[in-house]
Design a protein around this ligand. Structure first.
Ligand code: NAD
Length: 797
């Protein structure tokens, strides 16, 4: 198999275009091909175009590229990556497919079309090129009939989920003839280069996630008709209360599109033999009726829900399947749902809901029971292991727990007994497993997980580059710890500082641990990684504490807190051992300042990164403003060069509280450096950050604190303030925004000094602190903080 540098994606629809963008994000050059249009659009006709002009012939793929740039959420990490995709068509560019290292077929889900295309590909295919199909359920073996022996070894299914950038699962489906080196090579590419979670699936209808997921949705619909449950009832039970996404059953169906869902369900219906299973996949008449009416879900404006506009704003109506009318969504009240809501973790929620005694607990059992039984019946027909089934459901449907994990959570033996008492027959292997005294499908011993496999527990192998802080802590590798953070030995003589305060917000306990970590690393380690396994890396400093002190007008205390923050950041900068920060997902305010104090940032690609202090009426004062001024100065290579343009950019980024939509975008905003690194696979994140520490140490890193900063001075400040004034006069910003911007301009320019003055880091930190303190005294700033704490959203005042 060739090293993947270039790829061709055929079919530029929803999936093909999304996959092309994902590959482009990973630095792979892509040719995106679609059919040649058979007629001109009215615009093309008006412009006097003809069907043989290249831009007309490439129109489908070119339009897909334009659509990608407008799609929300964004398929590209950075819009400029669109340049890595060359649009074309399957007639003029077909011979070029031979040059691609990987060809991905993502055309319409029709076996005859796919086979015809594969026959054509075989004619231009060169050995070593991998060919994969993105089919959602067509047999790989049936497609492979179209091609000859050598290419069959390089052909397999790579089933991405929609949208490809954001959905972590890829099912890898080897055909009968696929060589094992192609399977392992593609697993490597999908996991390492594209950051995906791979599950190897057997070549059965709809593979793993869509087989179980579709089954679950269909039984739910049938139970709803049978028992007269409402759309709201079902969604209240099948969402977070069962560890599933908020979109639950019906918003998920509306999002997927009912026509697509019917198509996917029919595929299983047509390809399974067992009459009972066939029956389960028969689409209920109500759904067929909805498709006939064109009520396809979100894309057609109505499905199980419908959004209407009223004088009071928009309202969501839910479908009454008895009358086929829409009515205002009712609220669902239930003690067992309340118990699930207040229970901790997905397992706790499932337990709480299932052990309740009301209608909703009963409903949850009715919905869940067939899915657990079906998963247990099908597991080894569709997947290699039960753990693969669970992983596919977690990554492909965003369930927090897969079916076997849920079964463990609610108690394997007692729920199996309940099923039998209700007249169900357990799969033979489950019955025997329980009969031999086992109480769960998984077990944990120290930091190792085992799962059931053909009548015994087998160890789940963890690759050596998947470092888990949780497992390391369980193995006693904590060096020092307090309520907000822990320092953990992560091997290779590297220590990791992990935040674990609520929301990973920074308060005094974390700052104390930063100081202690620096001391410990200085004496005993090669370097420090700052990372954690929370949902987000860090949402900033603890606003609540700050607001309380500000409301009490305890200015000395506010001053002390900021100094403590600033000093902790300096401690990191002055550390003569390498420090690598590894942010992921939301990384805001103080979280960014911690990263800026490190020698290098090794960011997860999905990092949403910004100095958002202005949103709460403040400016960054933990070194963030200083770092932005310093980086702006560093970016101007000419010693006599003008700092103003770089400074304006920093002013805009902080002043408008911009948050990047990815790590590469953070570089574009000047919040990360181009020398910082990016990792696409979250499971490898810590390993890569540790590697960065080791490499920096080998290269002889020296502490980078204490460097004087060349500032642009008073004229630059006036220019920035004028810019803000124009925005104020244009009505784009409020007077309070202007006040904040004005203080920010003062700090970034170094204050009232001549252009080119060299100032110390401490001087800039003092400016930051003074500005911050004075803003804390503003009632409008305090109102912003209060609003953020109460609603999680910024207040414009
Ligand atoms: P789509 O209808 O959005 O796009 C299909 C594209 O293929 C169209 O642009 C069409 O012009 C093009 N096409 C058809 N025949 C062609 C040919 N012979 N040569 C070149 N182009 C051709 O479909 P989609 O949703 O992107 O699905 C594509 C594939 O991915 C299907 O196999 C589907 O089952 C699978 N899939 C879809 C989803 C999903 O959520 N939509 C998820 C996973 C997999």
């Amino acid at each position: 198999m060739k090293t993947i540098r270039t790829a061709a994606v055929i079919g530029s629809g929803v999936m093909g275009a999304g996959i092309a963008a994902l590959l482009a994000n990973a630095g792979i050059r892509v040719r995106l091909l679609d059919r040649v249009p058979d007629r001109l659009t009215p615009q093309e006709e008006a412009a006097g175009k003809s069907l043989d002009q290249p831009d007309v012939r490439n129109r489908l793929a070119s339009d897909a590229l334009i659509r990608l740039k407008k799609t929300n959420p964004a398929p590209f990490y950075d819009d400029r990556y669109a340049e890595r995709i060359i649009p074309g068509n399957v007639e003029d560019d077909f011979a070029r497919l031979g040059e691609a290292d990987w060809i991905i077929e993502a055309i319409t889900e029709r076996l005859d079309w796919k086979k015809e295309l594969l026959t054509r590909i075989a004619a231009v295919w060169s050995p070593g090129t991998v060919v994969s199909s993105n089919t959602s359920g067509i047999s790989i073996a049936a497609m492979a009939e179209a091609i000859g022996a050598p290419m069959k070894e390089s052909f397999l299914g790579t089933h991405f989920f929609n949208p490809p950038r954001y959905m972590p699962l890829v099912e890898l489906i080897p055909g009968l003839f696929t060589s094992s080196s192609v399977v392992s090579g593609m697993r490597h590419v999908l996991e390492r280069r594209l950051g995906k979670g791979v599950v190897v699936a057997k070549d059965t209808p709809n593979f793993i996630a869509n087989r179980i997921g579709t089954y679950g949705l269909l039984v739910t619909l049938k139970l709803m008709e049978e028992h007269g449950y409402t759309v709201e009832d079902i969604d209240a039970v099948t969402g977070p209360a069962l560890g599933r996404p908020k979109s639950a059953t019906f918003r998920t169906l509306d999002l997927v599109g009912l026509d697509t869902f019917v198509h996917v369900a029919n595929n299983v219906f047509e390809h399974v033999e067992d009459p009972e299973e066939k029956e389960a996949f028969a689409v209920p008449g109500m759904l067929t009726d909805m498709v006939r009416r064109g009520w396809l879900g979100e894309k057609s404006g109505q499905g199980f829900y419908k959004k209407i506009k009223t004088d009071q704003g928009s309202r969501i109506l839910a479908l009454n399947i008895g009358t086929m009318d829409y009515a205002a969504s009712g609220t669902v009240k239930s003690a067992s749902l309340d118990a699930a809501r207040s229970a901790k973790g997905a397992a706790g929620k499932c337990r709480a809901l299932l052990s309740g005694e009301d209608k909703y607990s009963e409903m949850a059992w009715r919905v869940l029971k067939p899915v657990l039984l079906y998963a247990a019946n099908k597991a080894f027909e569709i997947a290699d292991t039960v753990a693969d089934v669970d992983k596919a459901m977690r990554l492909g449907f965003n369930w927090e727990l897969g079916p076997f994990e849920i079964w463990d959570a609610i108690g394997l033996a007692n729920s199996a007994a309940r099923m039998e008492a209700e007249g169900h027959v357990l799969p033979e292997w489950v019955r025997e497993w329980i009969a031999s005294g086992n109480e769960s499908f998984y077990k944990r011993q120290d930091s190792t997980t085992f799962h059931v496999h053909h009548g015994r527990f087998i160890e789940q192998a963890v690759p050596p580059d998947h470092i888990s802080l949780k497992a390391l802590k369980a193995a006693g590798r904590t060096i020092v710890s307090n309520s907000g953070a822990s320092l953990i030995d992560i091997g290779e003589e590297v220590a990791c500082l992990e935040f674990h305060s609520p929301n990973n917000a920074i308060a005094a306990d974390i700052l104390t641990m930063i100081r202690k970590s620096a001391e410990e690393v200085r004496r005993n380690y090669r370097g420090l990684v700052i990372a954690n396994e929370g949902r987000n890396f860090c949402v900033g400093a603890n606003l609540m504490l700050l607001l309380m002190e500000a409301q009490e007008e305890e200015w000395d205390e506010v001053d002390r807190i900021i100094r403590m923050f600033q000093n902790a950041m300096l401690e990191l900068k002055w550390l003569e051992k390498p420090v690598v920060a590894a942010p992921h997902r939301m990384t805001l305010g103080g979280g960014v300042e911690v990263c800026m104090a490190a020698d290098m940032v090794c960011a997860y690609a999905e990092t949403y990164y910004g100095l958002v202090e202005a949103g709460v009426g403040l400016i960054p004062a933990g070194g963030g403003s200083k770092e932005m001024a310093s980086r702006a100065a560093d970016s101007v290579e000419d010693p006599d060069g003008d700092l103003q343009p770089a400074l304006n950019r920093a002013f805009e980024t902080i002043g408008m509280a911009k948050v990047s939509g990815s790590a590469p975008e953070a570089v574009r905003l000047g919040l990360m450096r181009s020398s910082d690194r990016m990792v696409m696979n979250r499971e490898l994140h810590l390993f890569e950050a540790r590697l960065a520490v080791v490499e920096l140490e080998r290269n002889g890193i020296i502490a980078h604190g204490g460097k004087p900063v060349k500032v642009a001075g008073r004229n630059a400040k006036v220019v920035m303030q004028l810019g803000a004034r124009t925005m104020l006069e244009g009505g784009y910003i409020s007077p309070h925004d202007y006040k904040i911007a004005s203080k920010l301009a003062h700090v970034l320019s170094g204050g009232d000094v001549p252009a080119g003055t060299l100032v110390s880091e401490q001087y800039l930190l003092d400016l930051e602190r003074e500005a911050f303190l004075s803003l804390c005294g503003e009632p409008k700033t305090r109102a912003r903080m209060q609003h953020m704490l109460a609603t999680g959203k910024p207040l414009r005042n």
